[in-house]
Structure formats: structure tokens, C-alpha cells
Ligand binder design. Sequence first.
Ligand code: SF4
Length: 724
Amino acid sequence: MATASNSKTHYRTCNLCEAMCGLEIKHEGTKILSIKGDKEDPFSKGYICPKATALQDLYEDPDRLRAPMERTENGWKELSWPDALDKVAAGIQKLQKEHGDNALGIYLGNPNVHNMGSMFTARHLLAGLKSRSRFSATSIDQLPHHIVCMHMFGHMLRIPVPDINRTQHMLIIGANPLASNGSIMTAANVRQKIKDVRKRNGKVVVIDPRRTETADVSDEHHFIRPGSDVLLLLAMLNEVYEQGFVKETAASQLTDQFDDIKTFAKGYTSDNVAKSTGISSAEIKRIVKEYCEAESAVLYGRMGVSVQEFGLLSQYVIMLINLVTGRIDAEGGMMFPNPAVDVVNGSGPGYLGKRRTRVRNLPDFNGDFPVVAMSEEMLTPGEGQIKGFINIAGNPVLSTPNGKKLESALEQLDFMVSIDYYLNETSKHANIILPPVSPLERDHYDMTFHGLAVHNTTKYSPALFKTPKGQKGDWEITLELAKRLDKNANFSTKLNRFLTKLLGPKFLLNEGLKRSAYEGLSLKKLKQNPHGIDLGPLTPLLPQAIKHKDKKIHLNMDFYKADLARVSESFNLEATQLSDEVLLIGRRHVRSNNSWLHNSQRLVKGKSRCTLMIHPELAEQQSIKNGDIVKVTSKVGSLEIEAEVTDELMPGVVSIPHGWGHNRKGIRQGVAQKHAGVSVNDLTDENLIDKLSGNAAVNGVPVELECISNTATQDTQTREATLA
Ligand code: SF4
């Protein structure tokens, strides 16, 4: 039994989500004794959420793969690393020789941005893979933020965030930071931050089709019909002018076309959007008035806004409202973080639509095609058809629209590789799986999220445990594959690859720190400060934050104005009542992180969270009672799920959380399989997209409901097993 005397304490940053919480991990040798919040961490000040303990579960998980695996006629068999890497390189080279470089599809999942090693070395692997058929999780998430910021501020990663620590008024639309712990707003302990806004006599208002956990701790909540956010935002912009609240500031003086914003939303009044949005005209006017009159304020819209048919236009209008009300680069408004290592300086600004997909002519963004096009590019014969696939830290079968179609596309590929430490719903289709070490076995520095943080800090986390013998970090896998695939790299690429392999990605981190805007930073200094270093609150950063050469904010208004025609085609502003179509939205829970933390017993235990939330009125209309099994059908598929009747949902709306559906055969995640749930992406439609950006529209999916079993007491897990 461990005693206090031989235990050690390790400090690091949790990398599971964007919140960057500091952890204090007590351990004895390789045994973890406890994981708690680090009270001395200057960013999170001791806060952690329940997911932090999953780092231990991931580390200890017997289901986690620790050696490369090859799928054979007799099932999975272990391979040595040299054999596995050689086979992967040979498989890719054979495929590309036969069908061309672009016949290899590439998917980059969300965990890549939480991984310093992957961030530093991915470009080596991508160069080696040579293919332009690349997709990533960006286009089912934050793509609109990148495009708006690329246009306005000159770089896709120059993204301002709410100054939540000082604002007096926060208007939140389509975001649930109490469940996500902040997103495109790295902010540990949002619950406390909202309490603090209210304590200083400020106000927090939430607009969402669901009365979320965030709404529950805020001052005010308004239901909104899914997909109609663009109408509300246009009407709000109009109201700012109608009520005379436009404010000229340093930011507005740096803005081209500032005067043209006045007419951008002309015709969208609070009166004529009320019926379509479900929010009365008087309420819209009051929301705008209070927002504009507040001493400081910020309008923040996130995932719920981005993943709908007008996600990009909506995020643009959010930025316009912040701009015309004087909230950009203002204390308590939308401010630019100033990270110690600024990824903006080491990457291109981004671009939209340089290339188009083969089948549906959808635009790429910064070299990534929209994920909604992935399965059709695999299934549609012809030149350029994707015949092979490398999946890097993603589970798109569960996390992208129409997962069933993607499954059938993966099944007919000639060759597939997954870099993943689980045999999951996507990696089970691979010929070879290359598993990296768990998060506690690698160094960590938040390359991305320091740049989205609501307070400037810097912190390096060394690996808690050494890489176990016979295992490899993501960056080692990446570099070793790159070496096999990219033999013709130039001298400097080879040298960089060699040094990174020799010294680890922290060598590159140290180079970044030495070039920092903050004097005296180095890896050595960060190691001497294991809790992290406080670099101060956000400060005004215009015009230097702008990456356009002329140091102006570019509105690129014609591009967005053109999309207004699509808005008028899609909505009937003359309608006198809300449509009676039932619309499906997703949801997130603080104990879950997309699809990949469901093999932790501590996180999934208790009552199933994978339920169909439905408002009592709608439930009554459909003769559905709490606990009944309901068949939900969309244009692309159907599933059966237990009903949870609750007035949290707007009437006419139902909600299923994403990331579940572990009832597929052939996966190896014992806990997740017992708590399988169903995949909402068996209902979402890959043809429902934001045409302007190519982003997936997974919110507001029309569905039909049918109560198929009034057996409220039936064991749902048994039923799910039967369905599988
Ligand atoms: S909020 Fe995010 S970063 Fe913080 S402990 Fe939870 S999962 Fe980790």
C-alpha cells in the first residue's frame, strides 16, 4: 500500500478539453494515487471538472492498445513497430502508385490540436502523404470562426475571445460553456466566472433551443427555433442602428466599409423575425438595448451557431454586432489573447475555396475539404476517387454526419490506417492501427489554447511517465512514417526532422519561447515554474494584432452580402406561426468529450445520458412518455432511443447527445460497449450544410418520431444490444 512518504507530486495541464486546467497528480512510481486541481495554477486556480480523472483511466485502461495491430483473416494480431511502419508505408505507396497520390484520404481528428507533438510534426507526415484529399474535424465545428477571422483580422487563428473575467454583460447564443468548459474561449471554471459577472451586478443572457446548464446559472434564457439564429442576429444588428447605439471606437476607425454595415441587415426587423425565431419583437429590442447600454459587453456564439445552415453568416454578424457596439478590443468585450508562443506567426493566414471537391464542388479551407464530402469521395467511382485512408486521432464514424454511409465507404477501401489507441468504430475498419502513448506519457504545451485563453499564461507539462518500452509517442510515429514516405525531402526538412526526433518536440517549443513577445521565456524557465507563469490579463492589441498588411480590419462584405439571398429563400418572414416540423439538435455533457471518453467507468456510470430529450407538449402530441422507446427517423436513417420528457427543450425540438453509438460490432472498449447509447450521426444528413463555408449543419435536422414501445422499465442497454 502506498504511503505519503514515498509518493511524488507532478504538476501538469489537463489536455482533454480547451480549458487548460492545472492538475496536481500524486503518484508512487507508475501508480497514480490521486488527481486534483492545482490551486497554484495561475489560470485555473484549482478548478477541474470530472473528466480530469479520466487521464488515470486512459493510462490504466486494459482496452487501450499498446502495440501496433494488423487485421487478418483470423482477427487482429500484434505487429512490431518496424514491421507496422514498413507495412503502412508500403501500403500507402502501393495505393498511390496504382491510383494516384490523391487516392489516399486523410482525416485529422480534434485531439490533434490538444497534442503538442502532433502540432509540431503533422506537417512532416502530411508532406510525406502527398495527398490533397484531406479532411478534418474543423468543418463540423469551428470553421466559421476561422473564416470570419481570416477575412477580418488577416489570419484564421487570430480569434478574439470574450473577456469574461471583466465583462458586465455577456450574451451567449448557441453555446453551453458549463458543459464544454468554454470553447473558442479557453476559460476554466465558467460557472464561477458567470457567478462573478452577476456578483458585480452584471448580467448573463443565454439564447438556446435548450435551457442548458449555462442557462440555469444565468440571469435570463430565451428559447430560439434551431437554425433561425441568423435571423435573430440580423435583426439585432438592425436594432443597434434603429436604437442609435452605434459606437465609433479605435477598432471601427481601423475598419474598411464600416459605414456600409448600417445597411447590411436592412429589412430584417425584430418584428418580422419574431415568428421564425420564437422570440418576440419586444424581447429582441430589450435584449439589444440592455446589451448596448451595458458598461462593457460581449456577444459570444459558438458551436450551436456554427453548425447550422447559416453558420458562417451568423458568426460574421456576431462579429459585426460586437464591432458596431464598440466591443472589439475593448475591456470586457471581445479581446485578443497574447500567447507566449503565437501559432499565428508560424502558420499561413488560411484560404477558402482554392480547390473544390470532385463530387459536390464544395470549397476547401486551408487545404481541408469539408467532412460532409468524405464518404461520397470514397464511394463515387472515377478519377480521383479515394481508395485508401489514414485516420489520425479521429472517430468520424461517430462524429461526422451520416456515420452509417461513412462506415460502408470505409468497408470498401483498398487500404486503411488509423493512428489511435482504441479499437473503435472507425479504427476497426483499418488494416493497421498504430497506437500512440496515453496523454500522461508525453510532454504537453497548449499550442492552440493559450491563443484562445481569457487570461494570458504559459505552462509546460513534462511527461509524468516515461514512454514505456516498445511504445511510441504520436510525434515519433509521425516522424518515422514521414521518413519512410518522404525520402526526397530537402536538406532543411530532413535536419529539422532529425533534430525533432533526437530532442523531442520540446526542442521546437523552446525555439518558440525564445522568440516570444514576453522577454526571458525559455523551456528552462517554464520547467522552473511547474504551476505555470501568469502573463497578465488581456490587453488591447489593435492594430498590431491584425495580420493584414495595411493593419486594417477588412469586412469583405460582398462575400457575406451575397449569402443574404439564400437567407431570404430559406425563411418565410411572412409566416404567422412557427413551422410544426420537429427539429433535432445535439447536446454535450461535462462528463463526456465527443466520442472518446466513454471507456471510463467513472465518467459513464449512473443513469444513461444518451436519451431523446423532448418537451412535454410534443411528447403528449406524439403519445410519448418518459422512458418510452422512440424511433427517430431522418432523411438518412433511423434509430431507437429512450425518451426523456423535459421542459428543458423548446416545444417542437428534440435533442440527442453526440459521440455515442458504441453498439457497433468489432470494437474493443468494454465499458463503452456496456453504455453504448446510439449515434446521433446516424440521423444527421451530410447533405445538410452551410453552403457558404461547407461546414456541416448538424443542428436543426428535421426528424419524425414514433413511439414504438411503452416499456418504460425496459433495460435500455439490453435493447441497444438487441438492436446492434
Ligand atoms: S475542464 Fe477540461 S481541461 Fe479542465 S479538467 Fe475538465 S477536461 Fe480537463
